[in-house]
Design a protein around this ligand. Sequence first.
Ligand SMILES: NC(=O)c1ccc[n+]([C@@H]2O[C@H](COP(=O)([O-])OP(=O)(O)OC[C@H]3O[C@@H](n4cnc5c(N)ncnc54)[C@H](OP(=O)(O)O)[C@@H]3O)[C@@H](O)[C@H]2O)c1
Length: 249
Amino acid sequence: MKTILITGSSSGFGLETARYFLERDWRVLATMRTPQLDLLPPSRNLQVLQLDVTDLQSVHRAIEAAGPIDVVVNNAGFGAPSPFELTSMEAVRALFETNTFGTMAVTQAVLPQMRERQSGVIINVTSSVTYKPLPLVGVYRAAKAAVNAFSESLASEVAQFGIRVHMVLPGSSGETRFRETARTRLQGMDNAIYGDYMKRTIARMAESTGPGTQSKDVAEAVWRAANDDSAPLRIPAGADALQWASEAG
Ligand SMILES: NC(=O)c1ccc[n+]([C@@H]2O[C@H](COP(=O)([O-])OP(=O)(O)OC[C@H]3O[C@@H](n4cnc5c(N)ncnc54)[C@H](OP(=O)(O)O)[C@@H]3O)[C@@H](O)[C@H]2O)c1
């Protein structure tokens, strides 16, 4: 039986991916900042572990408790739209701390055991916003684009140890807590210089929303990355992500 460890399993894509793999008889290590035992159906193949990707001790504790891991999914993340001029450096650092450095910390903690076993798969959930220069999300895009660049180099570096690295790039999804979290972190709507621009831009983005991405699209993309040796490095997940990927060429 294979083992998958997923960060940010308390909701959204992470929770759906945990459910998807459990249903297919994998051992699932569902990690969460604040462990909740009742989110997933009870199963002897399920273990819920505490893991905050911004806390190195918590990362190492979870990886040690996990034992052998075949697949790790760096899914924990959040977005916080605001005009760059109004984005505090604290907010910039927080976005990188979770989306970028968190991914790197978990990856670094799991690499030694994968290298020793000469096998493993690292799957980094980034975003299809990295395909498009959208306004108001520059720092989030930069944090995810940094993970894309990191993943590409790492893939070349660790292929010699039988380790694969993939990026899953979801499109926009209303099914998860992502938008709610982003709304609570939104800055600048009342600002005299940027406020009206923000309202217009956000209204336009809402109008142009097409079919979007379902949590299942992401779980399926992770499944493909985990199981298919010939899966591409970048896997867009969701109809909108596929569209943006094809437009980007
Ligand atoms: N939804 C979208 O439109 C969209 C599009 C493209 C990419 N993405 C990416 O997809 C991933 C999953 O997002 P989602 O849409 O499923 O949103 P979500 O429902 O808000 O889930 C985010 C998860 O990340 C966890 N998390 C946040 N900070 C963490 C930390 N420091 N340590 C560990 N876990 C942490 C959250 O845990 P708590 O419960 O503790 O907050 C939650 O479980 C993110 O990386 C996001 O950037 C989302």
